[in-house]
Write a protein that binds this ligand. Sequence first.
Ligand code: FSX
Ligand code: SF4
Ligand code: F3S
Length: 389
Amino acid sequence: MLLSHEKEQRLLKETRKRLDELEKLPSLHKDASISQMLQSRGISRRDFMKWATAMTATLALPASFVPLTAKAAEIADRLPVVWLHMAECTGCSESLLRSDGPSIDSLIFDYISLEYHETIMAASGWQAEENLESAIKKHHGQYILMVEGGIPSGSTEHCLTIGALGHTGAENARKAAEGAKAIFAIGACSSFGGIQAANPNPTAAQPLSKIITKSVINVPGCPPSEKNIVGNVLHFLLFDALPPVDAFNRPIWAYGHRIHDLCERRGRFDAGEFVQRFGDEGAEEGYCLYKVGCKGPYTFNNCSKLRFNSHTSWPIAAGHGCIGCSEPQFWDKMGPFEEPMANHLFQTAFGGEGADKTSDKIGIAILSAAAIGIAAHAALSAIFKDKGE
Ligand code: FSX
Ligand code: SF4
Ligand code: F3S
C-alpha cells in the first residue's frame, strides 16, 4: 500500500466521523438490525468480520478500514436507494437476490433501505407508482439511484411504457435522476445499452448516461456480481463520494484489471496449453479457453478473483470462455463468442490497439505487485482529490 501513514490516518479519521454522523440518522429499515438478520440466518459475527475484511481488500482499502467497512454495512439502512427497471431480463437483481443460500452481500442489499424496487416490493399498479413518487419526494437530494436495463429512446421511446400512468422508461429515469445524490447504471444494459442496443437495435435503446444529463457510474456485467453492486453502495457510505473510474466510467476498484490477469487458467495460457474444441482432453484438463473464444484478454472485471454466487463459480471455471460481458457493445463486438478474435481491433480501456498485440505485455505489467499497489494508491488519491486535497 503506497498511501502514507499520515494520509491513511487522516482518511480513517474523516471516514469515522462521517459514519458517526450517518449513524445518528434514523433507520429507514422496518424490520430487524443487520446483526439480528445475520444471526437468524446462522451467520456469525466472525463470518461477518471475515466478509468485511474481504470487502475492504476488494475496495483496495488498507486493512485498517475493516472495522469501518463493517460499520458501513451495519448502518446501510440509513441510505435510501431507488432501483428502477428498464428493458432487461432482471438478471442484475437476480444476481443479488437469488443465490440458493443468501450471501452476506445479498443480506446487506436486503438491509439497505430499498425505497423502491419493482421486483421485490409488495406494491403493484397505482400503489407502486405512488411509492416511487413519494420516495423521490421524501428523500430528494439524498437517495442513490440504481437503474437496471437499456432505455428505448427517440421515436421508439414508448416501446418501454411502464405502469398505468403510461410513463416511458426514459421519463421515469430522468425524473428519478433529478433528486438523486449518486447514480449507478447496474448491468451491461444500463451501462452500455446491452442486448437491447445490439444491432439492429429496433427500439433505439440507449445506456442511462445518454438519457440523463447527470454523471453516471457504470457497473457493467450481464449480470454484474453481487460484490460489485454492494461494494459501490459501501464505498458511497464510507466516503460520501463516487469511486474513481476508468475511461468507460467503471469503478477502478472493480474493473481495474483484466479477467486474463488473474485467471486460474493463466498458467495454461502462458504454457501454450489450449482447449482446441469443447469436450476434448484439454477441456477435461482445464486448459486455457482462448482458442474456443475466451475474451478474458480484452475484458476488465474482477470475476476471476471474486467469482459469483458466494465465490462458488464463474464462467471460466464452468468451462466456457469469458464473453466480455462488462465491455461496451460486447454483443456486437466480442462475437463470435466461441472463436478467437485475433484479427479484430477495437477500443479497450487501454486505447484502440488490438489487445492480442499487447496482451502479454499488459498481463505481466498488471500482474506485478507494484502495479496493483499503484491501482490502490490511485483509488485512494482520487478520494483525497474529491475532498479537495
Ligand atoms: Fe439481464 Fe440486468 Fe444482462 Fe442486462 O443484467 S443479466 S440483460 S446486463 O440489465 O437484467
Ligand atoms: Fe483465462 Fe481466457 Fe486468459 Fe485463457 S484466455 S487464461 S481462459 S482469461
Ligand atoms: Fe462476464 Fe467474462 Fe465475467 S463473461 S461474468 S466478464 S468472466
